[in-house]
Structures are given as structure tokens and as C-alpha cells.
Ligand binder design. Structure first.
Ligand SMILES: [Mg+2]
Length: 392
């Protein structure tokens, strides 16, 4: 039998607000609303601190409303760069405990601690406590930790005891822990899914088990296995260490269905890999301006071209023209191409994405592609295709 795993989900508490307070302690002791100054009447709340939350202020609430709820609060736009700075510092502390780290976003990560418990007498709670305290003492920001045998359960658990708390689900008790929690605590269950589930009397996670797979198949499509597995406390996904991440580069390539020198077909496939790579960049909250296009010819020789683009981005449209030009340079009269790849190097964390949404209405492309990512995540990658990747 496979050894039972122990996985932590670490979730920073009110991360953007906590970073601001750590960088500028004068902000402490009052409701703090990151999202805009009092002049930014059309902005929305990006991150309220806990004192602001006590007044009923929530993420995505219009700033105007937040001003009514906390007229005495501090309203700030957010400081560029500090979130990725703290995120990196937190990650450095993680690495002192285990090499198996999967950053899930700028303020969340999964840590597989199965093999590193010896110095803690085999006690996962002790490790989690030490980790949490070290982050608090060194960086002046707090986090909450969920401990269990799998990712989804730990993620749900980390929300249970916020802020600055640890929720430890003992091996084999995952199901019991989940039973009485509301279904919307399952990551990915949004308003629309919740409404459908409630319609059938499914309110608690244990209620999910009243129906079988075919019911979920018909009612909510591809979500079915995930929901049932979660309700049974099962999640086999590994904590995935992205090597690319360590190397500060990200690449994506595809082998074509057939070797070809048809430039229209090649451009279409190039757009497809570019889209996939950019979608990964966005998911990991990275931007790049260092793009490489690589091809493998029919005789398995490889060639590539690299270029610095005008600005950091994670949007495929920003890279497409450059990538097409590089592809043209790589074309050879006497050789067909069997593989196309793109690589982004010098990745930088784009912690300004939220702010761009909030303050720069012009960044519509950014929001568009983010929404596309959401739709694809929910349904299937191929549900949305741009003209360029349609079959010709
Ligand atoms: Mg958080």
C-alpha cells in the first residue's frame, strides 16, 4: 500500500493588507482597505484587513460602500512590488521545511511534508506551528494552515481557523471533518453550482453522497467525479513541483499531427501553444518579455530564435506578431517541421494584476483572457477557440 501522505495548505491571511501593514506599521490598528484611495470612487475593494472585515467589508465590494462602513479606515491603492516580495520571502521559509512545494497563487501553497517530519517527532502539527510562527516572527504577517492527507481537504481546512490558525485533520478523519460543512466550502463550487445543488437538497458536503455519479454527470457535467471524491475525502492529486518555476522559465511545445511546411497551419499551431503557455503564466501569476520560439524539423534537428518584446506581459496577443516573425525565420525550404514550442524566460511575478483590474479600466485584454481562463478551467480547454486556432 502507498504510504499515507501529509499535505499542508498554507494560506496567507488578508495577504495584500497584511503586506501593507508589515511594510508600514502605522497602518495597523485601524480598518485598512486595499483597493483605492477615497478619491477612487469607482474602484472596488481588493483586500480588507481583519478590522475592516469586522465592519462587514468584503473583497470586490464597491469602495464607496466600504467608505460608508468604515469612514475612519485607511484607504490605499496598494504598493507595487511588495506582494511578490513577501510571497518570495514566505516561499524561502517553506523551503527550509520541505522541497515539495506547489505555489497555488501569490498567497497560497501546498507543501508535502510526509518525509520531513522526523525533526518534529513525526508530529505534523508541530511542523505547521513552527512554520507559521517563523513566518509571523520574521515577516510580521500571518497565515493559516490546513493539515490533512490530501490537497482539497487541506485547502478547505486552512479556511477553518482564520486568521493565524491551524486546522489538523488526523489521518482517516477527512470525511468526518467535511461532513457538516456547507457545500460551497468546496473549492470551485460557485454560485451557479451551489444553486443547482441546493435545488436537490444538497446543502452539506455529506449530502453530496446521497446521489450517484450519473446524477452529477447529468446535472453538473464534468464536476461529478470531483464532487463525489471530495465528499468522500478523496483527492489523489500530487503536490507538483514545477521545475520550470525554479528555473524561472516556462515552456510549452506540441508535436504536430503531421510534418509540414504549410505556414498557415504552422502559424495556427504556434498560436495554440502560445495561448497554452500564456494561460500557464497567468495561472502562476507570472509575466515575461523574453520569448523563444523553437522548432524541430522532420530530421529531428532543432533550431530556435529568441527575442525581447516591448513590455512584460502574459497575454498571447502581445507576443503573437513577434513569434510569427521568428517562426518565419526558422522555416526551411527543404525541411518540414514536426514540433513547435515556445518558451518564456526571466519570469517575474505579476502581483499588480489585481491592481490593474482595479485602477486601469483600459486593461480590458487582461480581464478578457482571465475570464477565458476561468471558463476553460470550469468546462474544458477546447470550449473556447479563437479564430486563429479554428480548423482551417
Ligand atoms: Mg489568502
Amino acid at each position: 500500500m502507498k504510504k499515507a501522505r501529509i499535505i499542508l495548505h498554507v494560506d496567507m491571511d488578508a495577504f495584500f493588507a497584511s503586506c501593507e501593514e508589515a511594510a508600514n506599521p502605522k497602518l495597523k490598528g485601524k480598518p485598512l482597505i486595499v483597493g483605492g484611495t477615497k478619491k477612487d470612487v469607482r474602484s472596488i475593494v481588493s483586500c480588507p484587513n481583519y478590522l475592516a472585515r469586522q465592519r462587514g467589508i468584503k473583497t470586490a465590494m464597491p469602495l464607496k460602500k466600504a467608505m460608508q462602513l468604515a469612514p475612519d479606515g485607511n484607504f490605499i491603492r496598494g504598493t507595487r512590488g511588495i506582494y511578490s516580495f513577501y510571497s518570495k520571502k514566505v516561499r524561502e521559509i517553506f523551503y527550509k521545511y520541505t522541497p515539495l512545494i506547489e505555489p497555488a497563487s501569490i498567497d497560497e501553497a501546498y507543501l508535502d511534508i510526509t518525509e520531513v517530519l522526523k525533526p518534529f517527532g513525526g508530529d505534523a502539527y508541530k511542523l505547521a506551528f513552527s512554520l507559521k510562527e517563523e513566518i509571523k516572527n520574521k515577516l510580521n504577517i500571518t497565515c493559516s494552515v490546513g493539515i490533512s492527507g490530501n490537497k482539497v481537504c487541506s485547502k478547505i481546512a486552512s479556511k477553518q481557523n482564520k486568521p493565524d490558525g491551524i486546522t489538523h485533520i488526523k489521518p482517516g478523519e477527512e470525511k468526518k471533518f467535511l461532513d457538516n460543512l456547507p457545500v460551497e466550502r468546496i473549492p470551485g463550487v460557485g454560485k451557479a453550482t451551489l444553486k443547482k445543488l441546493n435545488k436537490y437538497g444538497i446543502y452539506k458536503i455529506s449530502d453530496i453522497r446521497k446521489f450517484d455519479k450519473s446524477f452529477y454527470q447529468e446535472e453538473i457535467g464534468m464536476f461529478s467525479a470531483y464532487l463525489l471524491n471530495t465528499a468522500n475525502g478523496i483527492d489523489e492529486r500530487e503536490v507538483t513541483v514545477y521545475e520550470d518555476y525554479e528555473q524561472k522559465s516556462l515552456s510549452k511545445e506540441i508535436t504536430l499531427d503531421f510534418d509540414t511546411d504549410d505556414i498557415i497551419y504552422l502559424e495556427k499551431e504556434l498560436y495554440y501553444v502560445l495561448e497554452k503557455a500564456c494561460s500557464r503564466l497567468r495561472k502562476k501569476n507570472f509575466k515575461s518579455r523574453n520569448l523563444t520560439v523553437k522548432v524541430k524539423y522532420e530530421d529531428f534537428t532543432v533550431n530556435q530564435k529568441s527575442r525581447m518584446t516591448d513590455r512584460f506581459s502574459n497575454i498571447e496577443m502581445d507576443f503573437y506578431e513577434d513569434s510569427v516573425e521568428m517562426l518565419h525565420m526558422l522555416l526551411k525550404k527543404d525541411k518540414s517541421i514536426r514540433l513547435i514550442g515556445v518558451k518564456f524566460a526571466d519570469l517575474t511575478e505579476s502581483d499588480d494584476t489585481v491592481q490593474e483590474d482595479l485602477f486601469k479600466q483600459q486593461d480590458k485584454l487582461g480581464r478578457l483572457v482571465k475570464n477565458i481562463d476561468k471558463i476553460r478551467k470550469k468546462y474544458d480547454y477546447d470550449i473556447l477557440k479563437f479564430g486563429k486556432t479554428f480548423d482551417i
